[in-house]
Every structure is written in C-alpha cells, then in structure tokens.
Design a protein around this ligand. Sequence first.
Ligand code: FAD
Length: 221
Amino acid sequence: MSDLSRGDLTAVTVTGNQELAPNVRVISFPRHQPFRAGQTVSLALEPGGPQRIYSIASGEHEKEIRILYDVRHGGKVTPHMSRLSSGDTLFVSSPSGTFLGTPEPAWWIAAGTGVAPFASMFLSGMHQGKVLIHGGKHRQSFYFSGHFLSLMEGRYIRCCSRETGEGLWPGRVTAYLARPELILPEVKYYLCGSTEMVVETRDLLIRRGVPFARILAEIYF
Ligand SMILES: Cc1cc2nc3c(=O)[nH]c(=O)nc-3n(C[C@H](O)[C@H](O)[C@H](O)COP(=O)(O)OP(=O)(O)OC[C@H]3O[C@@H](n4cnc5c(N)ncnc54)[C@H](O)[C@@H]3O)c2cc1C
C-alpha cells in the first residue's frame, strides 16, 4: 500500500505483460529515462490515480524497462495492471532510489519478486563477486533463473520452501543462512523483498557479526 506520489508521470506504451507464474507477471515498456541498476519507478494506471513503487528488473543499457510484479488480490493497482496488453498506456515516474548495485563483492538476498533489482544489477554486468540467494515458495518462483544460472552457477542458491526439485535447496532463506560458517562479516549484504524476510535476515546477519552499515535493505511494503 505504498501510495507515494513522485511528481510528474510520463505516459508510456506497454510492449508486453507476460505471466511467469500464477499471479506473477512482467510488464514492459520503452525506457523513458536513464536509470541505475537497483532503482525503482512509480507506476499508475491513470494520471491522478493511485501510484505504486516497483523495482526495475531490466539492465541499465537495455531499451526497455521491465517490472516484475505480484498480482495482489483486492489491490488497487496490480489486478488492473495485470489486464493491460501491448499498446495500452501506463504512467511512469522518473527512476529514483539508493539501493544501487556496485562492482564490489556482495551477497544479494531476495524473496519472491524481490529478485527484480538483482536481475537489473546482473543484466547491467555486476554479477562478478556476487552470491545470489533467492527464496521462493514453488519451483516456478525462481524468476530469471535462466540468466542467473548462465553466469552464477554455484553462487546462485534457490531456497524453495514448499516444493522440492533438482537444483533447489529445501527451505527458507533464513534456514539456509542459519549455518554460522556461511556468513562473511566483511562483504556487503543486499536484502530485498517482504518485510518479514528482510527483518529476519537482517537480525540474523547482525547476530553473526555483520556490521549494520554493511546491510542494505529494500522492503516491498
Ligand atoms: C521500494 C519498493 C519497491 C517495490 N517493488 C516492487 C516490485 O518490484 N514488485 C512488486 O510486486 N511489488 C513491489 N513493491 C510493492 C508495490 O509498491 C505495491 O505495494 C504492490 O504491488 C501492491 O499494490 P496494489 O495497488 O495492487 O495493492 P494495494 O492496494 O496496495 O493493496 C495491497 C494488499 O493489501 C490489501 N488491502 C488494501 N487495503 C486494505 C485494507 N484497508 N485492509 C486490509 N487489506 C487491505 C489488498 O487487498 C492487497 O492484497 C514495492 C514497494 C516498495 C516500497
């Protein structure tokens, strides 16, 4: 319910709105302004209508912006956004945000659609020295896995809480991280997704000696 207005919106034409899994879609439109990997935009279905914030999931040099989103039953924006198709109009703010990817070594930790900014960082060429730990409920929840597997094999861990399958670690992200030998206090940790995952993971990292200043969080509230 992040109804945060961000000034002037630009009208863009939707180029695609594909379902990736039940109630999870990627909507795309031409890039209207430059952005940095990890930034967000506000989207609205009409000028003056409710605005919601979304992480950009495409690379900095791509001509298109893609947004990965959950369709929230009873929500004011996403159920309507899920019905848009190519040629329809969407209203987009300027990109903003400080959850920015860098070339430094880091662990990227995501839940669900919270993997979007890491897809943007990956597609912007920042995968070296990174570990990605992605939590999802189902086998289909590992959005953009084709990209991550291509260049991050062994450093891309898919934690699946409700199903098992080849290449999946059985359990939640916080269970995976619970092993003390895993945590390196000297790297940076980027956390993105639900409040629950971000808060639990942040507390776990702090208990394991990671300085607060090394933890960056983006919460999808
Ligand atoms: C920095 C940031 C980045 C984000 N990035 C993404 C992203 O990349 N992808 C993504 O999917 N989301 C992202 N979000 C979340 C996104 O901004 C929206 O909050 C989300 O899409 C829901 O919008 P909505 O209008 O569909 O639902 P809303 O209208 O906001 O409602 C959300 C839920 O609350 C329920 N609800 C609404 N009003 C009430 C009420 N009065 N009482 C009880 N329940 C109620 C609705 O039924 C619905 O299920 C991000 C949020 C932030 C802050």
